[in-house]
Design a protein around this ligand. Structure first.
Ligand SMILES: [Zn+2]
Length: 263
């Protein structure tokens, strides 16, 4: 019986290989290793806590088949529990400290470097991880000589100003993406709009993207755990987003591969 590959990028997935196969990969010096970093944290009453970690898998599942088959790139096992202390107090949130996340990044980097890889590319789907990733990758690059970077394809999907400004979490985008990619995990009967401010009266002090910001935790901003309008999300919107974002992710991977080849 023929089984479809699992995951779709089975031939690039390091955990699916034998030790001997990894040892004898011919292109380790020029093939970046992608390491996904996600989170397990509350995403309102309508989405599962694994949204961020699921989404990293969704991007890889859809972006990697878009690459030319000769592209040299491999995928490490993901880090699924991230630094989500901003969501404490909501059941279902699992998080590690900044030191643990940093130690995990170091552990993976040190070992893939020892196997012979020379390039590491992080695919991060959780905002709370970013600060730790940026300074840790600099240290890893400077210490090991492993070239490190992040895949952060920017995709501008049109959103109303209110959502573009105050849609932070479990919002229209995340809900639509899950509706398109993993609809069995979404309960739209519980999706609501919950904003911590209005664009008409927002002033200068806001949680993010503002002249003055604060180090927010979710409980300060939202009772439901939603920050944004989840109710207007549709599978059609999510499907468009998935296509654009997957293509952008594939293009970013191609760039990283090219840079790795140039040394
Ligand atoms: Zn999220």
């Amino acid at each position: 019986m023929d089984h479809p590959p699992f995951p779709s990028y089975r031939n690039r997935y390091l955990p699916g290989m034998t030790a001997r196969e990894i040892a004898s990969l011919p292109d380790k010096a020029v093939a970046p290793v992608i390491l996904a970093t996600g989170a397990i944290e509350q995403h309102g009453p309508h989405l599962p806590v694994a949204v961020d970690s699921f989404l990293a898998q969704v991007w890889l599942e859809r972006a990697l088949p878009l690459l030319p088959p000769e592209a040299s790139v491999y995928v490490a096992p993901p880090i699924t529990i991230g630094k989500s202390n901003e969501h404490t107090g909501f059941p279902g949130t699992l998080f590690v400290s900044k030191d643990t996340l940093r130690a995990q990044l170091w552990a993976v980097a040190r070992q893939i470097h020892a196997w012979g890889f020379k390039n590491l590319a992080i695919l991060n789907t959780h905002g709370g991880n970013i600060a730790v990733i940026v300074y840790t990758l600099r240290e890893i690059s400077a210490t090991l000589g492993l070239r490190c970077g992040s895949l952060a394809p920017k995709v501008d999907m049109p959103l109303p100003p209110q959502e573009a400004t105050f849609g932070y979490h479990a919002n229209t985008a995340e809900t639509a993406l899950l509706l398109a990619a993993l609809p069995q995990y979404v309960d739209m009967s519980k999706a609501v709009a919950d904003y911590c401010g209005r664009v008409e009266t927002m002033g200068n002090l806001r949680p993010e993207r503002a002249p003055a910001t604060m180090a927010w935790v979710s409980a300060d901003l939202s009772k439901t755990g939603i920050m944004g309008d989840a109710a207007v999300a549709t599978p059609e919107l999510g499907q468009r987003w998935l296509e654009v974002q997957s293509a952008a992710t594939a293009a970013a991977i191609v760039e990283v591969c090219r840079a790795a080849r140039q040394g």
